[in-house]
Design a protein around this ligand. Structure first.
Ligand SMILES: Cc1ncc(COP(=O)(O)O)c(C=O)c1O
Length: 455
């Protein structure tokens, strides 16, 4: 069927409730390979968002695709009441790795999709602490199921539907380029952290019973690098201080690594950059290179042992499915076999250096370039260097999808992702396998887009 026919059917028969219509008209792709998506005419689009930050090892990754094919031939599905080797092996590997990194024994519970895994984390916390509400960050994103939206800051996701349970108490994230309090990191003395700690000074600030020595909130849900919030990289000192405050008040720390886990930031978990130990980790996305929606949570033994979290506590038909666990297991083997810390950091540094050069060409308009590993951000501003410029950012995305940029006499497109509190950030999550030439091409195409869009 041609594109016109597809669009007509989509308009009549597809729900528009997902994210597809955030771009008009939605772009249709027909194929993918390596770092590229292809439209029906075969035009290559260099992809800097890689299937919503899932396909870290590239499209059509031969090894991982082969693993999936082999699993399809051997044990493609299994009733969720039975065990298969891959489920046990992947859970043990993640738990053993965390034991090594954090010196904490724990267990893994698998599910499908980031949001359902977040729901599992919320269940674990509520069950272990007997407290429903939690703290979470402004600008945080944890998914759009009802429980997840209660800890995701945007009211937009709750407005029509409300939420189950208690809405989180949202506190400002240490987003230093746009400090909530209007301060500068050089001399702020971590004012935002001090403001958070003040909540515990007296019961009259609403969260703390000083006689019982107990907080009303069971956990703090956080992203070590904010994803949807615009790849915001926080100062480590903030989180070292936050962890101390939480630990002293017996508040659990839930680390949402759905977008940043599995070396996106150059370490296995992004929280390793912050030198703190979480009680729960939630993961998904990169775990299967985007080939299967497998996700999961790791939790410390005291929160997830079979006495406290007994059989049937949570369940989903496709959780721990054989295809997903087989690919995930191979992803972990791949990460063990090759030095991804080195690879991701080297390529990320090369990419950032070039983006900083681009920033020199468009000073102020490119207000901020930053990155950790291969989680990269470009924040666009107006001529004053600080007012957010969402119109420019949107233009770059739309123009990139036209597929008529030029390089060496060939047409290209560029696939970009908009994020940020003001929708003025390009959050880039390129493939770990991107070549130096492809990084050069990405920056060249970005430059062409800027020339087109800067009015
Ligand atoms: C940090 C984070 N948590 C949770 C989610 C929700 O995951 P999913 O979209 O798979 O439900 C996302 C999705 O982008 C995410 O970035």
């Amino acid at each position: 069927m041609n594109e016109r026919g597809l669009r007509r059917l989509e308009a009549d028969y597809c729900s528009w409730g997902d994210a597809v219509h955030s771009l008009e008209p939605p772009k249709i792709f027909a194929g993918c390979e390596g770092c590229f998506l292809y439209d029906s005419e075969g035009t290559p689009y260099l992809d800097l968002q890689m299937a919503s930050a899932t396909a870290s090892f590239g499209y059509g990754n031969k090894r991982l695709n082969q693993t999936l094919k082999e699993q399809l031939n051997r044990l493609p599905q299994l009733g969720s009441h039975y065990l298969h080797a891959e489920k046990v092996d992947i859970s043990a590997r993640i738990a053993q790795l965390n034991e090594k990194i954090f010196r904490k024994k724990g267990r893994v519970h698998l599910n499908v999709g980031g949001s359902p895994a977040i729901e599992d984390a919320v269940k674990l916390v509520r069950n272990a602490t007997r407290k429903n509400p939690g703290f979470a960050f402004m600008g945080g994103y944890h998914g759009r199921t009802l429980g997840a939206t209660a800890i995701t800051s945007s009211y937009r996701y709750r407005r029509r539907y409300g939420h189950f349970g208690d809405r989180a108490y949202f506190v400002p994230y240490p987003y230093c380029f746009r400090c909530f309090y209007g301060l500068k990191r050089e001399d702020c003395g971590l004012y935002c952290l001090k403001q958070f700690e003040r909540l515990f000074e007296t019961e009259y600030y609403s969260v703390w019973d000083s006689r019982a020595g107990e907080c009303e909130f069971g956990a703090f849900y956080m992203e070590p690098v904010q994803g949807t919030g615009g790849y915001v990289i926080p100062p480590k000192e903030y989180f070292v201080g936050l962890k101390k405050i939480l630990e002293e008040r017996k508040i659990l720390l839930v680390d949402d690594e759905v977008q940043m886990g599995f070396f996106r930031t150059g370490k296995f978990w992004a929280i390793q950059h912050l030198d703190i130990v979480p009680d729960v980790i939630v993961f998904g996305k990169g775990l299967t290179n985007g080939l299967n929606p497998l996700s999961g949570v790791w939790a410390a033994e005291e929160i997830i042992n079979p006495q406290i979290f007994p059989p049937g506590s949570t369940h989903s038909t496709y959780a721990a499915n054989p295809q997903g666990t087989a690919i995930a297991l191979d992803v972990l083997k791949l990460l063990e076999e090759q030095d991804y810390e080195k690879k991701v950091n080297e390529k990320g540094a090369r990419f950032i250096a070039q983006l900083k050069e681009l920033q020199k060409k468009y000073p102020r308009i490119i207000g901020d370039v930053d990155g950790l590993g291969m989680a990269l951000r470009i924040e666009f501003c107006r001529e004053d260097g600080s007012t957010p410029n969402p119109e420019l950012t949107q233009c770059l995305v739309q123009e990139g999808l036209k597929g008529n940029l030029k390089n060496n006499g060939r047409n290209y497109g560029l696939v970009l992702n908009v994020g940020g509190y003001f929708k003025n950030v390009l959050s880039l999550s390129p493939s770990f396998e991107i070549s130096h030439e492809e990084i050069d091409l990405a920056v060249e195409l970005l430059d062409q887009l800027l020339v087109r869009c800067i009015k």
